[in-house]
Design a protein around this ligand. Structure first.
Ligand code: M6R
Length: 603
């Protein structure tokens, strides 16, 4: 996830671009840069800095760059580490085109190869640079037509901002899969990834849809589809207060991040295969055991991963708290894989557990969200989730993305070990593609879940119960509730309830069951009966249409039917919303709960 902004008008573009970048910093803050067309329009000046927008700001302070047309970018690194070379904007070989990009060009290696054959030299490791060279290569007297031609060659998701010395009176914005809006001003127009970036200059907005292009001059905005057909769209007048707009209209970052999951799940599914699969799996196929080390939510993801890896790759998996693993006399050899899972890639317990095991001869693999984080640099191999920055302290979108990667990891490892065919992998990969729609439909039930949440704000304790693959989801549901609402909650395997926790149940105890119609459904049903017999309040997450569970429960939240093994990825979503709404009803600081930090860099 990155932020882009562009300006064309009568004023100096530089301060306007910097202001816009500041409003988009939540989208990424690894590096930032601007490109401005000099007044005569014959040269594009590009300036970049690694770090936050304020570093770029300070760097530009005495530079006196002026121009009325420009683009800017704040980066959240995906392809290539955060360096000046990889920072945007990117220039074409002869400096005629400058481009900023948010998204991923999936076929960039192919495009790069053919451009290199034509003599183009690349100065970055990004997937973006190909676009600048392609436009320069294809340009024939008409920038818009060239951009239209180039979009046909690009696969993946992108929002682009483009300026050129060929036609210095134009700023072009393109959207396919990544957000882009046009800000319509008086004698000036803007493009941006999000509304806050333009609010200071205009409240008249045109949000672009996928496969749309905007051609901006100082006086005019022309909208077209990818076939070049002109479109008319209504201008939206926003009355937003800037602080709300930064959360894109959501009350908290946590709520926004819960709602981002259809996109982050989709991005992580497609992002998986863009990684160095051959290098990773050819080296890992002969390992004999795996130990997952992780903390908090990432630990819960590891517990689900264990089920998938053992089922498909047939390798024994242990899952250990990183803070415990390190201090015991664990046994590893060069056939052991230590698999560290960490959103931030900076959690001290996880890092040091991995470093220690590596020293003792184990192979190490990190699954992280933050590109360039310590864990990703210190491990032998890295896999990524593609979620963009997660700002809310409670992990939400990164958890579901971790599950997606763990599922694909298990299948890919199985394929490399000859246990499933490529065709079977593809089939299961395709099954994942409906998950964003499933999650979308659960998010539509938010009002209903909010109503349920209201009834439980006075509870002092909660139990979360589930079986099999969904048992870690019970743990994660309890953690979510604890950390943001400060209500005591415990997660248990449902079958373990009768060995102790059942003593807690009375009419004041809400018990959340994750009870989808999977192979353990009947067993879970018996546990629901046991709680009902003791007058516990039952809140069930059940498969749509399941009347039996509904009749036994005080509250039922339906989730759509999916493959048994994929339920964990969707059943956590209503629990995230339930916790979120209980905490907001209680007036808690949801994004920054007391005593917690997003990244725990102390042991
Ligand atoms: O960045 P990490 O995934 O390594 O963080 C691990 C835990 O600190 C983290 O999951 C924590 O439990 C969250 N607050 C959970 O919402």
């Amino acid at each position: 996830m990155c932020g882009i902004v562009g300006y064309i008008g009568k004023r100096n573009a530089v301060p306007i671009l910097l202001y816009g970048l500041q409003r988009l910093e939540y989208r990424g803050y690894d590096s930032a840069g601007i490109a401005v067309l000099e007044k005569e329009g014959t040269k594009i000046i590009v300036e970049k800095q690694v770090g936050k927008i304020k570093d770029l700001h300070e760097y530009l302070w005495n530079k006196k760059i002026e121009g009325n047309v420009g683009i800017a970018h704040t980066r959240w690194a995906t392809h290539g580490p955060p360096t000046i070379e990889n920072a945007h904007p990117h220039l074409s070989q002869r400096g005629t085109i400058a481009i900023v990009h948010n998204g991923i060009i999936e076929n960039y290696l192919e495009l790069k190869e053919s451009l290199e054959k034509k003599g183009f030299r690349f100065s970055s490791e990004t997937d973006t640079e190909v676009i600048a060279h392609l436009i320069e290569d294809e340009y024939e007297k008409d920038l818009l037509n060239t951009v239209l031609k180039v979009t046909k060659k690009l696969e993946g998701a992108y929002a682009l901002g483009i300026i050129s010395t060929y036609e210095p009176d134009k700023l072009i914005g393109v959207r396919k899969g990544s957000p882009l809006i046009v800000g319509v001003g008086k004698d000036e127009n803007l493009i941006a990834s999000d509304i806050p970036a333009v609010l200071e200059y205009t409240k008249d907005i045109i949000p672009l849809d996928d496969n749309e292009i905007a051609v901006l001059t100082a006086k005019d905005v022309k909208l077209l589809d990818f076939q070049g057909k002109q479109k008319e769209k209504k201008i939206l007048h926003v009355t937003w207060d800037i602080s709300i707009a930064e959360k894109s209209g959501f009350k908290h970052f946590m709520q926004k991040e819960i709602h981002e999951q259809p996109r982050t799940i989709a991005d992580t599914i497609t992002g998986f295969s863009s990684q160095d699969i051959e290098k990773i799996f050819s080296k890992l196929k002969d390992i004999s055991r795996i130990t997952v080390v992780a903390c908090g939510t990432s630990f819960h993801a590891g517990l689900v991963g264990k089920f998938w890896i053992e089922k498909y790759a047939k390798i024994p998996v242990e899952v250990d708290y990183a803070s415990e693993f390190r201090y015991r006399d664990y046994i590893v050899d060069d056939k052991t894989l230590i698999f560290g899972i960490s959103q931030s890639g900076e959690t001290a317990d996880t890092r040091f557990a991995m470093l220690d095991a590596k020293k003792k001869g184990a192979k190490t693999l990190a699954l992280v969200n933050v590109v360039g984080s310590s864990l990703s640099r210190e491990s032998d191999f890295v896999l990524y989730t593609y979620c963009g920055p997660e700002i809310g302290v409670a992990a939400t979108k990164t958890f579901t993305a971790q599950l997606v990667v763990l599922y694909l990891f298990a299948l890919k490892l199985a394929e490399y070990r000859g246990l499933i065919s490529e065709k079977e992998f593809d089939q299961k990969y395709r099954n994942l593609l409906h998950l964003p729609t499933v999650v979308e439909s659960i998010l539509k039930e938010e009002k209903e879940i909010k109503n349920i949440a209201y009834n439980y704000t006075k509870a002092d304790d909660f139990l979360f119960l589930a079986r099999g693959l969904n048992y870690p989801i019970a743990l994660e549901g309890a953690l979510k509730l604890k950390e943001i609402s400060y209500i005591h909650a415990e997660g248990y395997p449902a079958g373990e309830m009768k060995h102790g926790p059942i003593a807690l149940i009375d009419e004041n105890m809400p018990v959340v069951f994750i009870a989808p119609k999977d192979s353990l459904y009947e067993k879970t049903l018996s546990n629901i009966q046991e709680v009902k017999a003791r007058k516990g309040k039952i809140i069930s997450i059940a498969t749509k249409g399941d009347k039996v569970v509904k009749d036994l429960s005080d509250e039922t939240i339906y989730i759509p039917k999916t493959k048994d093994e994929l339920y964990p990825i969707v059943s956590i979503v209503p629990l995230q919303l339930l916790s979120y709404h209980i905490a907001t009803f209680l007036g808690k600081d949801v994004d920054q709960p007391r005593n917690l930090a997003k990244t725990v860099t102390v042991e």
